[in-house]
Design a protein around this ligand. Structure first.
Ligand code: MRU
Length: 374
């Protein structure tokens, strides 16, 4: 993806082949800076502090984290310790376990002297596959957008397609392309007229800080709205489709995604707006069926709710981009509760856009696309 004309991915092997570069997402959109991760502990900290975030990227970072651990100590006990450390960083996105299992399985089958190379190869493969899956999601999602435009009443075909998204499921959440934003990029590059409503996504404001950053850099028309505006926009016919990503999808099609997604799905259902979830197969958890009772929901710090971070604005409205400040929103004694994700039941989901095509949110339909799974 482009940042000021330069192609970037969110994660890469540094030239030395033994450290891993990432974009520090905690400072975007005001400060663009990268960090080099050299140890497993640094990779784990990057995931838990949300320097890197988004289900697919968390998975790839975890995979490279195992490589970094094995560089320090290639023994089986070190591998298991690193696995435990990395898996404990963020509990909800299934991509992390999926990626750690893939690397562990391959590494466990070879001699200690070969482990670093094998971990590097598998982590890089996971990163490459993520790009391919997201690019394929882009194409299938674009087909859905084209269909939505075709089905419009005569005379409205040239109006921009209004798409609402929640959180950030763009390339910053994956390695490249992203999931929910991938069809949007594809459509925009294919000259489709579209406009994106971006939910701010409190408390971490991934929409306000990251989705807007991405869409601005690609020149995609968009408007930022507060999280509570979506229902109103849908009631007034200003949303043609909702598209979000996911942190975990059960085999029966329940969708766990950023807190607030469920409310958008309810509003979409009430207003006859299609609600799509873009999901690479690495996000499907085939071991569970009931999202509400079986998905661990990450509970994050109270400070994320009580405080907010941004760039300092001077009295003449100039933004000092490099000076990021945090401010307290609530009385200092106020306690906050901060569940980071919620579950949207399958019956509210119009369709799951996977790298193999569109599935209905149920086991039979998912299984038809992924017959190798149980
Ligand atoms: O807490 P985050 O920022 O990691 O949450 C990310 C989301 O909820 C995304 O919408 C989800 O991971 C899908 S990303 C392709």
């Amino acid at each position: 993806m482009n940042i000021d004309g330069n192609p970037w991915r969110t994660i890469w092997l540094e030239r030395d082949g033994s450290s891993v570069g990432v974009i520090d997402q905690t400072k975007l959109p005001h400060v663009f800076t990268t960090i080099s991760l050299s140890t497993c502990k640094e990779a784990a900290d990057a995931i838990s502090s949300m320097v890197v975030r988004g289900a697919p990227l968390i998975g790839v970072t975890g995979a490279y984290g195992l490589m970094l651990a094995l560089q320090e100590d290639p023994s089986q006990s070190a591998l298991e310790r690193a696995y435990r450390l990395l898996i404990s960083t963020r509990p909800t996105a299934i991509n992390l376990r999926w990626a750690l299992d893939r690397v562990s399985l391959r590494v466990g089958a070879v001699k200690e002297s070969e482990r670093v190379a094998v971990a590097r190869e598998e982590a890089s493969l996971i990163a490459m596959e993520d790009v391919a899956m997201c690019e394929s999601i882009a194409s299938y999602g674009f087909d859905i957008f084209k269909k939505l435009i075709k089905e419009r009443p005569a005379g409205q075909e040239l109006e921009p397609l209004n798409v609402l998204t929640h959180c950030n499921a763009g390339w910053l959440a994956a390695v490249d392309w992203g999931t929910a934003l991938a069809p949007i990029y594809k459509a925009h590059r294919s000259d489709m007229q579209l406009h994106v409503w971006v939910d701010e996504t409190r408390p971490r404001n991934q929409g306000a800080s990251l989705t807007t950053f991405e869409l601005s850099r690609e020149g995609v028309p968009h408007t930022l709205v507060v999280d509570n505006a979506g229902g109103h926009l849908m009631q007034h016919g200003k949303v043609d489709a909702v598209i979000v990503g996911a942190d975990r999808v059960t085999k029966s099609g329940d969708v766990c995604n950023k807190i607030g997604t469920y409310l958008k799905a309810l509003a979409a259902r009430d207003n006859g707006v299609p609600f799509y979830v873009a999901v690479p197969s690495s996000t499907i958890d085939w071991s569970i069926a009931d999202g509400l009772s079986e998905i661990p929901i990450e509970s994050r710090s109270e400070r994320e709710v009580n405080e907010i971070q941004g760039a300092l604005i001077s009295s003449n409205s100039n933004v000092c981009r490099s000076e990021l400040v945090g401010v307290q929103l609530s009385p200092f004694e106020t306690r906050a509760h901060n569940p980071a994700f919620d579950v949207t039941p399958a019956e509210l989901v119009t369709g799951l856009i996977t790298e193999r095509g569109l599935a209905l949110a149920n086991y039979e339909s998912l299984k038809r696309l992924f017959p190798e799974e149980n």
